[in-house]
Design a protein. Structure first.
Length: 297
């Protein structure tokens, strides 16, 4: 196992080069890079920029653990009308991923179209008041679309994920799907059903321990369920109440048990630290979390 870090943990809009410098100097072994806006396909991930990123990573002996596509850029996967364009975006990103030198391309499972909640970030809505709320709600309540055909929605989404897996496979890549609270695929058991329905051997999961913990999964048990399908890990902690974006060791997850479970299934991938921005303490927080995990590994 190796410890990496998500570039955006140092700031959502920070350029990759700035994050590479900090993450490399802190002694991490890997970094996750992201396509956060569609315009970056043309004006950021250029041939020259990619070459510079690869050279910087090599200078710090950093591997790109996976290349992430911000899920709103693939929203069309949820419906037939937008699927063609979404798959084109996905295919272009597989080319970028290959040029960056990673073996894994990633995105987050989408939500049911029309689902909404008072929270700015839907997956954070685990209580009547959480960080970045749009408004205080007296009851725990979300808004569902007027009509739901779950069987058709699931079939379409499984077909979309299968198409993405095929595109990734043609590029020699694995495709990792991350699960968020209330997603069409939200938890470990949901992913196992998707995996069976899709039937693509290069499909796997990027386990975000924070979001699995928010849904009351016991992380070591989920790790055993996912043996052979666990491609990458976003290592996050939670307080068990309303915050699930903490750095490992800053919440109540027992990381010793987590690491032991990973060893038992012979996981040899990355644990990438992902956390909300801690203002001026971010680098110190990541350093402490890294040191704590390294002692357990």
């Amino acid at each position: 196992m190796k410890i990496g870090c998500c570039a955006w943990s140092l700031g959502w809009f920070k350029d990759s080069e700035d994050s590479i410098k900090i993450i490399g100097e802190e002694g991490f072994k890997g970094i996750e890079l992201i396509l956060r806006e569609e315009k970056q396909l043309k004006d950021y991930y250029t041939e020259d920029r990619i070459r510079k990123i690869v050279e910087m990573n090599d200078s710090y002996d950093l591997s790109v653990s996976q290349f992430v596509i911000h899920s709103p850029l693939l929203e069309g996967l949820v419906n037939e009308n937008g699927k063609k364009e979404a798959l084109k975006t996905f295919e272009r990103c597989t080319q970028i991923a290959k040029e960056l030198g990673t073996d894994i391309i990633n995105t987050v499972a989408h939500h049911l179209p029309g689902l909404s909640a008072p929270a700015e970030f839907l997956a954070n809505y685990v209580y009547t008041y959480v960080p970045r709320m749009k408004k205080l709600a007296g009851k725990f309540r979300m808004q569902l679309p007027d009509s739901i055909d779950w069987d058709a929605t699931w079939k379409n989404y499984a077909d979309s994920i299968g198409a993405c897996a095929d595109i990734a496979g043609d590029a020699g890549l694995s495709f990792s799907l991350e699960l968020h609270t209330y997603g069409l695929v939200a938890n470990t058991d949901g992913f196992l059903k998707l995996y069976d329905d899709v039937g693509a051997k290069n499909l796997g999961i990027n386990m975000d321990t924070g979001f699995h913990f928010a849904q009351r999964e016991y992380i070591p048990m989920s790790i055993h369920k996912l043996k052979g399908k666990l491609l990458n890990i976003h290592a996050r902690d939670g307080d068990g109440l309303i915050c699930y974006h903490q750095a490992p060791g800053f919440g109540i997850i027992d990381w010793e048990d987590v690491i032991q479970a990973l060893k038992k299934i012979n996981y040899d991938g990355f644990l990438d630290l992902e956390t909300d921005f801690y203002e001026e303490d971010t680098e110190r927080t990541l350093r402490i979390a890294k040191e704590n995990l390294e002692k357990l590994i």
